[in-house]
Design a protein around this ligand. Sequence first.
Ligand SMILES: Nc1ncnc2c1ncn2[C@@H]1O[C@H](COP(=O)(O)OP(=O)(O)O)[C@@H](O)[C@H]1O
Ligand SMILES: [Mg+2]
Length: 181
Amino acid sequence: MSAPTLPFPQSLAEKYRPRTIAEFVGLEKPKRILGRFAAQPYPSAWLFVGPSGVGKTSMAQALCIQIRGELHHIPSQKCTVEAIEKACHDCHYLPFAPGGFHVVLCDEADRMTPAAQLALLSKLDATAFPPNTVFIFTCNSTDGLARPSAACERLAEQRPRCTDETRSRATGRLRPLCVYC
Ligand SMILES: Nc1ncnc2c1ncn2[C@@H]1O[C@H](COP(=O)(O)OP(=O)(O)O)[C@@H](O)[C@H]1O
Ligand SMILES: [Mg+2]
C-alpha cells in the first residue's frame, strides 16, 4: 500500500495570488493601462513604482501570463551586470510560445548597482534592445536610480502626481512607464 501523498504546502498568499490583471483588487489605473497593453503587447520597458506589498511583482507576473510571455525574473538584490547580460542573451532566442514575448522582470530596480544601471541603459537603447522583449522594473521609489533616464527624471519631477505614460528621450523610442501607486 502506497503512502498517502499530501499536496506540497503552499502559502495562502501564493495560493490566492491574482493570476490575471483583472483579478487584482482596486488598482483601476494600472489595470486599465496594462489591460490595454496586454491586448496588444509590443517591445517596451515599464517601471512600476509604489510601496511594498501593493502588487507590483504579482502584477508583472500576471501581465507575463496574459501576454504568453517567457519570464526571466531577476530577483531583488540580484540585478547585476552578469544577470542582465544573461537575461538579454536568452531573450535573443525565439520565445517558447510562437509570437510570444520574453518578459524580463527586475525587482527593486532602485537597488541595482550603478554598473548594472549603466548596462541596462545600453540594453534599452534602440540598437541593443533584445527582440520580442518586455522589460518590467519594480521599485519603491525612483530616488535609488543613480543615473535615471530622462523618463525617470520626468516622473520624479511630477511626483506626487501620477502619470500614466511618458516618452523616454534617452532612447528616442516610446517607453511607457507606469507609475504604480
Ligand atoms: N490589489 C491587489 N489585489 C490582490 N492581491 C494583491 C493586491 N496587491 C497585492 N496583492 C497580493 O499581495 C502580495 C504581495 O504582492 P507583491 O506583488 O509581492 O507586492 P510588491 O511587489 O508591490 O511588494 C501578493 O500575494 C499579491 O498577490
Ligand atoms: Mg515585489
